[in-house]
Design a protein around this ligand. Structure first.
Ligand code: PEP
Ligand code: MG
Length: 623
C-alpha cells in the first residue's frame, strides 16, 4: 500500500471532498505534438519547467512564503540541471520514446540522490521524479486528459474560476490551488458552488499523482493523497451524514424560498445571490434568493482570445437569465482585471473598465446581449471598478443607444463602489448612478493595502473600522440621495461583517449562491438595534435607530455633482494598477480618501448582535 502524502493549504471554501487527483485539462497548455518530440523539444520542456518553477518561487517569495519559495527554487534548479537533462536527451538519441527517456533519466538521478546519507538530499529524489513528470506533461501538451468519470479533486498551480464552473457538474469534489487566497475569484466561485477548496497550498502538491485517491479536508486545511483505509472510512461516513444534512437543509430552504427575509426584530432584508453560471443561479434560487444581485460576466471569458461578440454573450447569459423571470437580474459589465484578465488583454496597456470603454464595439455587443437576454427579468446593468463620473456617463450613453436600437427603455444603471476614492465621494456618484453595489472584496484590499489574491485578504477583513467607515459613508450618501444601495462583496456572507452591514442600514445583500440559506438564518438571528449599536461602536459614530435605517424615498433631490470627475484612487493595488496608470489622469480629478488607522474588532468585542460563526455543517449543508 502507498504511504499517504499530506499537503497543507489555506481553507478558502469549507467542506470535505473525496475523489481522485486530477491536474486539469487546460487547453492553454496544449502544444499538440503528433510526431515524436525532438531533442531540442525535450530540452525546451525541461527549460519550460525550470522557468515555471522559478516564476512560482518568485511569486511565493513576494508573498512572504520564503520556505515554500526555497523548495520550489530547488525544483527550478533540478529542471535546469544538465545531470538530468543530458541523460534524457541521450536516451532519446539512443532510440527511447520521449516519456521513457525522461523517466529513465529521472529515475537514475533520483536513485543517486536517494542513496545519499544526508536525509535532506535523499528527499530530493521525489523532487527529481516530479520535475521529470512535469517535463513529460509539458511535452504531452497538458497535465492530464479529460476529467475522470468518478469524483475528482482539481489540483493546479492556479485554479481558474472558469474551470470550477465548467467541471462543477462533471464530478468535481473540490479544488486545491498553489496560488491565490480567500478573495481570489476561484475561491469566491468555489464558495458560491459550495465546493471545498484550499488556496496557497504547499507547491509540492503539484507532484501528487493523477488518479490517486485523496481526501480534501477544507476544515483542517489538508489534502491527504492515498489516505489510510480507516481515515478514508471515517471521512466517507462523515460525508454521508453531511450529504443527508445538506438534503434536508435544501428542502428547508426550498420551503423558505420567496419568503421575505427579516431580522429578529422584523426589519426586511432583500437577499440575492452572486453567480457566474446557471448552476449557481439554480442553487441560489433554490436556497431562497430573490434573484441575482451580481452576475460576474467576465468569468466565462477568462480564456477568450478576443472580445466576446453579442452571440457569445447571449450563449452565456440566456441559460442564466431564463431562470430569472420577473426577478432581479443585476448584470455586471465585463471586469477583465486582477485575476480575470484573458490572454488577449494580458499585455495590453489597459485592462478592466478602461479597456472596455476604449472598445465601444465590445461594450455595445455586451449591452445588446444583456438587453435581449434580459427581457422578462428585472434587469439592471452594473459598472465595475468605477472611478469617475465620466465612466458612468459613457456607459449610460452606450446603454441608451443599445436600448434604442432594441426598441427598449434603458434599464437601471448602477455602479460598483469598490474603489476607496469612489466610496469616499459616493455623494457625487449618487448624482449619476441609479444604484450602488458595494464591492467589499476590492474595497477592503485597497483600503488595507493588501494584495487582493494574497492569503491575508479575507472577507472578514471588511470589519476593519477603516473599511466600515467608508461603507457607512456610502450608505449615508445613498440614503441622502434616494439611491438604492446593496453589498455584493463576500463580506456580506461573513459572520463577523454581516451584522455590521445590517447595523449600517444595508438592506440588500448579494452573496455566494450556496451561502444563501445560511445568510438568511444569520439575518433572522440578528437584532438590528444591537447591530446598529455595534456598527456605531466600530465606526466610532452614533447611528440612528433601526426605524431610520432604511433609505427614505422621500428625501429631497440629489445634490448637484461637485465636479464632473471626482474620484482618484488613494492607493493603487495590484488588482488595479495595471490598467489605471494612464486612464486615471485623463478621467479623474482629485479628492483624497480619508482613511484613519484603526483596530480590527474581534468577535469577542462585538457582543450579542453577532451570531455564532458558521460550522462546517452550516457551510456544507448548503452545498
Ligand atoms: C468585489 O470586489 O467585492 C466584487 C464583488 O467584485 P469582484 O469580487 O468580482 O471583484
Ligand atoms: Mg470587485
Amino acid at each position: 500500500m502507498t504511504a499517504p502524502s499530506r499537503y497543507r493549504g489555506q481553507p478558502v471554501s469549507e467542506g470535505i471532498g473525496l475523489g481522485e487527483i486530477y491536474h486539469g485539462d487546460s487547453p492553454a497548455t496544449e502544444t499538440g505534438h503528433r510526431r515524436p518530440p525532438t531533442e531540442d523539444e525535450v530540452r525546451a520542456a525541461f527549460a519550460a519547467v525550470a522557468r515555471d518553477r522559478a516564476g512560482l518561487a518568485a511569486e511565493l517569495r513576494a508573498r512572504g512564503q520564503d520556505q515554500q519559495a526555497m523548495i520550489v527554487d530547488i525544483a527550478a534548479l533540478i529542471a535546469a540541471d544538465p545531470a538530468l537533462v543530458s541523460p534524457a536527451v541521450e536516451a532519446l538519441r539512443a532510440g527511447a520514446g520521449a516519456a521513457d527517456a525522461i523517466r529513465q533519466a529521472g529515475e537514475a538521478q533520483a536513485a543517486l540522490l536517494a542513496a545519499l546519507p544526508d536525509p535532506d538530499l535523499a528527499q530530493r529524489a521525489g523532487d527529481v521524479r516530479q520535475v521529470a513528470q512535469a517535463a513529460t506533461d509539458y511535452l504531452n501538451g497538458s497535465t492530464a486528459g479529460p476529467p475522470p468519470a468518478a469524483k475528482f479533486i482539481l489540483v493546479r498551480r492556479e485554479v481558474d474560476p472558469a474551470d470550477l464552473i465548467r467541471l462543477a457538474e462533471a464530478g468535481l469534489a473540490g479544488a486545491v490551488s498553489v496560488g491565490g487566497g480567500a478573495s481570489s475569484h476561484a475561491a469566491i466561485i468555489a464558495r458560491g458552488l459550495g465546493l471545498p477548496m484550499l488556496a496557497g497550498a504547499d507547491p509540492m502538491v503539484l507532484g501528487a499523482q493523477s488518479g490517486h485517491h485523496a481526501i480534501l479536508d477544507a476544515t483542517t486545511g489538508e489534502l491527504i493523497v492515498d489516505p489510510p483505509e480507516p481515515e478514508l472510512a471515517a471521512v466517507q461516513a462523515t460525508a454521508a451524514t453531511t450529504a443527508r444534512t445538506a438534503t434536508s437543509a435544501r428542502t428547508e430552504a426550498a420551503r423558505a424560498a420567496d419568503v421575505e427575509v427579516r431580522t429578529a426584530d422584523g426589519q426586511p432584508v432583500t437577499l440575492l445571490c452572486n453567480v457566474a453560471s446557471a448552476a449557481e443561479t439554480r442553487l441560489g434560487l433554490s436556497g431562497g434568493a430573490a434573484g441575482v444581485g451580481l452576475l460576474r460576466t467576465e468569468i466565462a471569458f477568462t480564456t477568450a482570445a478576443d472580445w466576446p461578440a453579442t452571440p457569445d454573450h447571449l450563449a452565456q447569459l440566456t441559460p442564466i437569465l431564463s431562470l430569472l423571470r420577473n426577478r432581479p437580474a443585476v448584470i455586471r459589465l465585463l471586469d477583465f482585471s486582477g485575476d480575470k484578465v484573458p490572454p488577449f488583454l494580458r499585455s495590453a496597456r489597459e485592462q478592466g473598465l478602461d479597456a472596455l470603454l476604449n472598445n465601444p464595439g465590445a461594450l455595445g455587443a455586451q449591452l445588446t446581449a444583456m438587453l435581449r437576454a434580459g427581457r422578462g427579468t428585472r434587469l439592471s446593468v452594473l459598472v465595475p471598478m468605477v472611478r469617475s463620473l465620466a465612466e458612468v456617463a459613457a456607459v449610460r450613453a452606450a446603454l441608451a443607444e443599445a436600448a434604442a436600437a432594441e426598441g427598449l427603455v434603458p434599464p437601471k444603471l448602477g455602479i460598483m463602489v469598490e474603489v476607496a476614492a469612489t466610496a469616499a465621494n459616493a455623494a457625487a456618484f449618487a448624482t449619476a448612478a441609479d444604484f450602488f453595489s458595494i464591492g467589499t472584496n476590492d474595497l477592503t484590499s485597497e483600503v488595507l493595502g493588501l494584495d487582493r489574491a494574497g492569503q491575508a485578504t479575507t472577507p472578514a477583513r471588511a470589519a476593519d473600522p477603516r473599511v466600515l467607515t467608508l461603507i457607512r459613508q456610502v450608505a449615508e450618501a445613498a440614503a441622502a440621495s434616494n439611491v438604492a444601495v446593496s453589498v455584493c462583496g463576500d463580506a456580506a456572507a461573513d459572520p463577523l461583517v454581516l451584522p455590521l452591514l445590517l447595523g449600517l442600514g444595508i438592506k440588500t445583500l448579494s452573496v455566494g449562491a450556496s451561502r444563501v440559506p445560511w445568510v438568511a438564518r444569520q439575518i433572522a438571528d440578528t437584532d438590528s438595534a444591537l447591530a446598529t449599536a455595534r456598527a456605531a461602536q466600530v465606526t466610532g459614530l452614533c447611528r440612528p435607530g433601526p426605524a431610520q435605517l432604511s433609505a427614505d424615498r422621500t428625501i429631497p433631490p440629489r445634490p448637484a455633482p461637485r465636479s464632473r470627475d471626482t474620484a482618484r484612487p488613494a492607493s493603487l493595488t495590484k488588482r488595479t494598477s495595471s490598467s489605471r496608470a494612464s486612464a486615471a489622469s485623463s478621467r479623474s480629478a482629485a479628492p483624497t480618501t480619508p482613511i484613519a488607522p484603526a483596530t480590527m474588532p474581534s468577535r469577542d468585542t462585538m457582543g450579542a448582535a453577532i451570531p455564532a460563526s458558521p460550522t462546517v455543517a452550516s457551510w456544507s449543508s448548503t452545498a
